[in-house]
Design a protein around this ligand. Structure first.
Ligand code: NCD
Length: 328
């Protein structure tokens, strides 16, 4: 296994190298093999403590990290803000320090504010604590583990035995929807533009896809913006559609959900524009019938949505292993 890994924390994919992506993909593939065994558990993180500090609601990310930690034999701590001392006025940094004092080795953090995982990581470093901090989604900033599981899912479709970044050469991938509010899109822009020869097309209404996204990603010139769906998905190999994040929409950014579906909803009819064999991804949770038609979402010939959830456990095992592994 590659040994070049040097990320104590995973906050953003901006500083990931192609070798880092391949290390994650290769490690996740080995853990995928573990998860296919009868006994789906390895002693890798025995004695280590993984704390899931989720200050914002989550179903799949939180459960996925918990299961990943348990499959690695770590002890897990779960924090829920409503039943915690936050409601008594404790600060977030003090909450993190409480978990540190209990011997936490890895902290998985989700927060509605961009920058919170970074602030906790900085504080842990300042204290000289050898704790790894993993960003499980911070505001509109980033969601690295989601983008890595998306990458793993896509590369596994292309070569289930040996998922790797170079498989994306010559592939067209479209991300459609509420890009503005999406930390998933921001992390995916880093990973998918890192692949030499891949082309990433973003599509959404101008209110949800501001021009400034053009400046994101690498300097390879392989990121394209569209305010209409058709050119983005034409001949695409993969289409990732994103949830309309109503809870983050403070202004009236869309005329109606029905109109959004008419213009940007992914349907069987629309997929005829794509490459034959096109696959559809969605990070979940899904607004059925809005960003994707309900029947398409459940059709395993097109939809990779369940596969994304399954891959999530192997990818998160890989991340916890790579971050915790340095210590043992
Ligand atoms: C995403 C998130 O929370 O950022 N969901 C997830 O982690 N699977 C996307 C979303 O909320 O729409």
């Amino acid at each position: 296994m590659a040994t070049s890994w040097n990320h104590r924390h995973i906050i953003s994919l901006a500083d990931f190298t192609p070798e880092d992506y391949d290390t994650v993909l290769q490690t996740a593939a080995s853990f995928g093999e573990v998860l296919s065994r009868r006994v789906k558990k390895v002693p890798t993180l025995q004695g280590q403590v993984v704390a899931n500090l989720f200050f914002e609601p989550s179903t799949r990310t939180r459960s996925s990290f918990e299961l990943a930690a348990k499959r690695l034999s770590a002890d897990t701590l779960n924090f829920t803000p409503s039943s915690s001392s936050l409601s008594k006025g404790e600060t977030i940094l003090d909450t993190a320090k409480t978990y540190l004092a209990m011997g936490t080795d890895l902290m998985v953090i989700r927060h509605s504010g961009a920058g919170v995982p970074q602030a906790i990581a900085t504080e842990m470093d300042r204290l000289g604590a050898k704790v790894g901090v993993l960003n499980a989604g911070d505001g509109q900033h980033e969601h690295p583990s989601q983008a890595l599981l998306d990458l793993f899912t896509i590369c596994s479709v292309l070569d289930p035995e040996r998922p790797r970044l170079e498989l994306l050469a010559g592939k067209k991938i479209a991300i459609v929807g509420d890009i503005l509010h999406s930390r998933v899109a921001r992390s995916n822009i880093w990973s998918l533009t890192a692949a030499v020869g891949a082309r990433l097309h973003l599509a959404g209404p101008p209110t949800l896809l501001p021009q400034l996204f053009e400046g994101m990603g690498g300097s390879r010139g392989n990121l394209f913006l569209h305010w209409h769906l058709e050119p983005a998905i034409e001949n695409a190999d993969f289409v990732m559609t994103l949830r309309l994040q109503k809870e983050r929409m403070t202004n009236h950014l869309l005329p109606s959900w029905r109109e959004y579906h008419q213009l940007f909803g992914i349907t069987r009819e629309r997929l005829k524009l794509c490459k034959p064999g096109v696959k559809v991804l969605h990070p979940g949770p899904v607004n059925r019938g809005v960003e994707i038609s309900s029947d398409l979402m459940d059709d395993p010939n097109f939809s990779l949505i369940s596969q994304q959830v399954t891959s999530g456990v192997a990818v998160r095992m890989a991340l916890l292993y790579l971050m915790g592994g340095g210590k043992t």
